[in-house]
Design a protein around this ligand. Structure first.
Ligand code: ADP
Ligand code: MG
Length: 736
């Protein structure tokens, strides 16, 4: 497949020479058929070079191998039909005064009408009677006759090889670039440059998985063979597999390299000089025994803390699985040897709760302090003095911890709870407070991140791939699974009866709403379309519940716009059973613990992610009382929503729920602040291509172990790729 054009024999870099330029780094406007204007548009979409164009992959495929006749057309079908133009008519539209264009066509079996409400200028002249065209589009039956609105037309004398009679790739639309034009310049780019596409995966892995070369893969992705239709449509063709694997492999190499880089830095080791013994001793003080998973997590963390390289670990486990306790016991090991520990949590309520537990559980044997926005100035000054003097303790607090005046003398262990609530920057500042000079070395603090959103395995390997992960699956004994029911408006009666029954028995209930006030965006601030339905709001519903539904019970209200002291006040009253019902937005989600609450009602449940619903549900079922979760929904629930919410009725396993969430809603739900730019996959899909990810991870790990700096000849092309992309400065990964 050598370029046929003789002018192409010039050097691949010579963009300035006359004639069509060649080379993957050639600016796109030098490609034949592009020019400055189109080049500008493409550049705006990140396609600046020929190489960019070739790696702008199709998002789907259309099967155009089948060409139907007019009498075979059925309503709603996406079809290709070959017809002859009869005539073109302009029909004024009554309402807007604009014109509709109708082109009547036929084949030997019948008549087909094509219609345009926006007709491309200058196209009229091409529909001369008798012209043969290929039409692609979705059939609509109009007054018994088939018609196609806004079809795609191939003029049969033209390059059919790029457009019809085969499987056609569909690209994300670029405004101002018709798909025909796009395919034409792609064809041009491929014809001239295929030979220049270098194999940058190490040969051993290409062979191991019997993958096609990069060159072949890119070619077949854009201009596929007909006999692969099914595989292509499913993104399972050999070319797809190769490019998916390549994407994962490169990503995993980088993420593991980042981890290795961190692991080669320095930290103060803890635990060996009595710290671990103190952790063991404190374990005996608490009024229950740890679960197997808690013990395992503690062992993993203590091992990391004992190293003179910084720990970077994430501990994940369902709400109530006992992560906080793990954090406390490992903190004890560090404090016993004179270190300072910080635990940063997202809300004041949570900070206070943790602080009380830290004192209560260990009978005062764990030196702890609390710092939030509420801490009075005098107390704050004393505390700051102690921290600056290096007094060993665990400081529990909100983002007040990262404020300027708080200086630790010896912060060696940093813990961040519900990490998705914090930004990258906040986490970084806290860690920076623990960085210190030790002669010529910089010592970094050990870091533990706690999350109650179970992370699907594929995300653990990608978005969190630079962290070590401890998992707590086993729940402490005495938890009763929460009976969960999806409740459509028609079935509300029995649900309300049950709720009333629970309240009468002296138990308490949560009612959760997506909004604070009527007519506003979700408290979560997820960019959603403006809701067409009237959403119930916490404020309005709290009033209605109190006045109309449960006048005999006491209703309280909690939401994010209350002042911190107001929030704490409401929470305290609920804890003291001075309130029977707590109406809230999702601010309640984080870590609240009231064992007497047995009912969780969530309104507009279909609007929440499954993992979030699961977290909310985790607020009840915190004792041996039977608990209930009612997921109230709108009446016309879509099939997908029914299926999604059904998962919650069936299982309590946060990991299964997370996997289902990932499948249905994609990774965005889990990533929070990690979202942006962290998962740059163009071709690979975490759900569909899970198996390839696991293989790529294993191979990347092997490569890092055998040739971490990519010095072997067989890895030079890969190294060049990373350097060209600016992904790695190779000198940084030293062997010191
Ligand atoms: P998480 O932070 O994972 O949501 P916590 O550490 O706050 O969970 O624990 C939730 C509740 O379970 C707390 O009241 C805690 O005292 C209790 N708990 C933790 N571990 C155990 C255990 N092994 N046995 C019994 N109760 C436990
Ligand atoms: Mg917690």
């Amino acid at each position: 497949m050598l370029p046929r054009d003789p002018s192409n024999t010039t050097s691949s870099k010579s963009v300035t020479s006359k004639g069509p330029a060649q080379g993957l780094s050639t600016p796109i406007q030098f490609l034949k058929g592009v020019g400055p204007k189109l080049g500008f548009i493409l550049g705006g979409r990140g396609i600046e070079t020929v190489g960019d164009l070739l790696t702008f992959f199709p998002r789907a495929y259309e099967d155009r191998t089948k060409i139907l006749t007019v009498n075979q057309l059925k309503d709603g079908q996406l079809v290709n039909v070959s017809v002859e133009v009869l005539k073109l008519r302009r029909i004024p539209l009554r309402k807007s005064g604009r014109m509709m264009v109708e082109v009547q066509c036929k084949d030997s079996t019948g008549v087909l009408n094509l219609k345009w409400f926006h007709f491309p200028r200058g196209m009229e002249a091409r529909f001369l009677p008798g012209t043969e065209i290929m039409v692609t589009g979705t059939v609509k039956a109009f007054m018994g006759r088939p018609e196609i609105l806004h079809p795609e037309i191939s003029w049969s004398l033209q390059s059919q090889e790029t457009n019809t009679g085969r499987v056609v790739p569909v690209y994300t639309e670029i405004e101002g670039v018709p798909s025909r034009t796009f395919r034409k310049i792609l064809w041009e780019a491929l014809q001239r440059n295929t030979q220049l596409i270098a194999e940058d995966l190490p040969q051993q892995y290409v062979q191991k998985h019997q993958l096609p070369t990069k060159k072949e893969s890119i070619h077949s992705i854009h201009f596929p063979e007909e006999d692969e239709v099914e595989a292509l449509v499913a993104f399972r063709s050999p070319g797809h597999q190769r490019l998916i694997y390549e994407e994962f492999f490169k990503f995993e190499y980088l993420v593991l390299r980042k981890r290795l880089n961190m692991e080669r830095r320095f930290a103060t080791p803890f635990g060996e000089n009595g710290g671990s013994a103190e952790a063991k001793a404190l374990e005996k003080v608490i009024p229950f025994s740890l679960t197997g998973d808690q013990k395992k997590a503690i062992a993993e963390i203590l091992k990391d803390l004992g190293s003179d390289h910084p720990m970077n670990r994430l501990i994940q486990g369902d709400v109530g699985s006992g992560k906080t306790l793990v954090a406390f016991l490992t903190a004890a090991a560090v404090i016993a040897e004179g270190g300072q520990v910080a635990l940063m949590v997202p809300t004041e309520i949570l900070a206070e709760q943790h602080y009380k537990n830290a004192v209560k559980f260990f009978g005062g044997r764990l030196p702890a302090a609390l710092l939030t926005g509420k801490t009075p100035g005098s107390e704050r000054a004393v505390l700051q003095q102690k921290l600056a003097n290096g007094q060993p303790m665990i400081l529990i607090g909100t983002h007040a911890l990262i404020e300027e005046p708080v200086q630790f003398k010896n912060l060696v262990y940093v813990m961040i709870d519900e990490q998705h609530r914090f930004g990258v920057e906040q986490r970084r500042i806290l860690k920076t407070k623990g960085a210190r000079k030790d002669g010529t070395r910089v010592l970094l603090p050990h870091t533990l991140i706690l999350t109650a959103t179970p992370i699907p395995r594929t995300l653990a390997l990608t978005a969190y791939g630079d962290l070590h992960i401890s998992t707590i699956k086993e729940m402490p004994p005495g938890r009763t699974p929460v009976k969960t029911h999806v409740v459509t408006p028609q079935k509300m009666g029995p649900a309300y009866n049950k709720i009333r029954q629970e309240l009468k028995a002296g138990h308490q209930a949560y009612f959760i709403y997506p909004l604070i006030h009527e007519k506003e965006e979700d408290e979560d601030e997820k960019p959603k379309a403006v809701p067409a339905v009237q959403l119930k709001s916490a404020v309005a519903e709290a009033e209605r519940l109190q006045k109309e539904v449960f006048p005999e019970f006491r209703v309280g209200l909690l939401h994010g716009q209350l002042r911190p002291d107001e929030k704490a006040e409401v929470m305290d009253r609920f804890k003291r059973k001075e309130l029977d019902i707590l109406v809230s937005t999702t601010v309640i989600e984080v870590g609240v613990d009231v064992a007497n609450a047995t009912v969780m009602v969530i309104e507009h449940a279909e609007r929440f992610g499954l993992s979030q619903l699961h977290q909310l549900r985790g607020r009840v079922g915190r004792s041996n009382l039977e608990s209930f979760c009612f997921l109230f929904t709108k009446s016309q629930l879509s099939e997908i929503s029914t299926q999604r919410l059904g998962v919650l009725e069936q299982t309590h396993d946060g990991f299964k729920i997370a996997e289902a969430d990932l499948e249905i809603r994609g990774p965005g739900e889990f990533l929070g602040t990690r979202q942006s730019g962290d998962l740059p996959f163009r071709m690979a899909n975490l759900v569909r291509d899970r198996d390839w990810l696991l293989k790529a991870r294993e191979d990347a790990e092997e490569l890092l172990n055998t040739d971490s700096n990519l010095e072997r000849p067989s890895n030079q092309e890969l190294r060049r790729y990373f350097e060209r992309e600016g992904k790695i400065q190779f000198e940084r990964l030293g062997t010191s």
